[in-house]
Ligand binder design. Structure first.
Ligand SMILES: NC(=O)c1ccc[n+]([C@@H]2O[C@H](COP(=O)([O-])OP(=O)(O)OC[C@H]3O[C@@H](n4cnc5c(N)ncnc54)[C@H](OP(=O)(O)O)[C@@H]3O)[C@@H](O)[C@H]2O)c1
Length: 217
């Protein structure tokens, strides 16, 4: 499968590249600056320039699946949250529909299902993620929405806790484990139509899609 990773230069996106290569997939990695492309190529990806505030159609055309791992980050203002996390994401969903790309895995956030549950300071961000998730979930794409807790740079543990749709409390999770779950969701149609929260826990990442399938029965 050929997967477009949006946000390939970021923490989780970078781990996702490794996961996808290790599992035998082709990767098209989108980055917004020319100087980022060479490293992505050295890692084995087809690297393309693309900015969520600009044209992204060429990046989407010709892939089998899209993994959205981008985000405007905490150092920018709410204007970028709207433009990147909401409108940018929405346009990638439109581009998938336009180019017949059916599979889409969204990296969202814990509490995006109900932004009023979230910390007041980041509610605008959670509302943007909520709206982007909803646009995806209302589309006819084969979607999965992954909503992790606080992301860490710790080593992968290989095990997680799932909240279907939500967890009783917040927690942290290594980016590497989130990427491992995203890779398995990309591959397995039994994850289509699932939106779930994710923190560190005891469920092996290899069993996550089984759990999603059991929960949907
Ligand atoms: N941090 C948390 O605790 C947390 C918790 C739950 C969910 N999340 C979600 O998870 C996402 C990924 O987090 P992360 O820490 O792994 O990511 P990250 O390291 O912050 O990387 C963000 C990625 O998005 C890219 N990006 C930003 N603006 C862009 C634009 N206009 N066009 C194209 N690409 C753009 C960045 O590109 P550059 O390299 O060019 O900057 C980078 O590749 C977050 O953005 C957030 O939505 C985060």
């Amino acid at each position: 499968m050929k997967v477009l990773v949006i946000g390939a230069t970021g923490g989780t996106g970078s781990h996702l590249l490794e996961q996808l290569f290790a599992r035998g997939h082709e990767v098209r990695a989108m980055a917004r600056r020319e100087e980022q492309l060479e490293e992505l190529r050295e890692r084995g990806a087809e690297a393309v320039l693309g900015d969520l505030e600009g044209d992204i159609d060429h990046a989407v055309e010709g892939v089998d699946a899209v993994a959205f791992c981008a985000g405007s980050g905490s150092s920018t203002g709410p204007d970028k949250t709207l433009l990147v996390d909401l409108y940018g994401a929405a346009r990638t969903i439109d581009a998938c529909q336009q180019h017949g790309v059916r599979r889409y895995v969204m990296l969202s956030s814990i509490a995006a299902g109900d932004p009023l549950r979230g910390n007041e300071k980041i509610r605008h961000y959670l509302a943007a993620k909520h709206a982007a998730d909803r646009i995806l979930m209302c589309s006819d794409l084969d979607w999965t929405v992954v909503r992790p807790g606080g992301l860490t740079h710790d080593e992968a543990t290989g095990a997680v806790e799932l909240g279907l749709p939500q967890l009783p409390e917040r927690g942290m999770i290594p980016r590497a484990d989130v990427a491992a779950v995203m890779a398995r969701c990309l591959e397995d149609p039994r994850s289509h139509g699932a939106a779930f929260e994710l923190i560190g826990g005891d469920i092996p990442v290899d069993d996550v899609v089984d759990r999603l399938a059991d929960a949907s029965r």
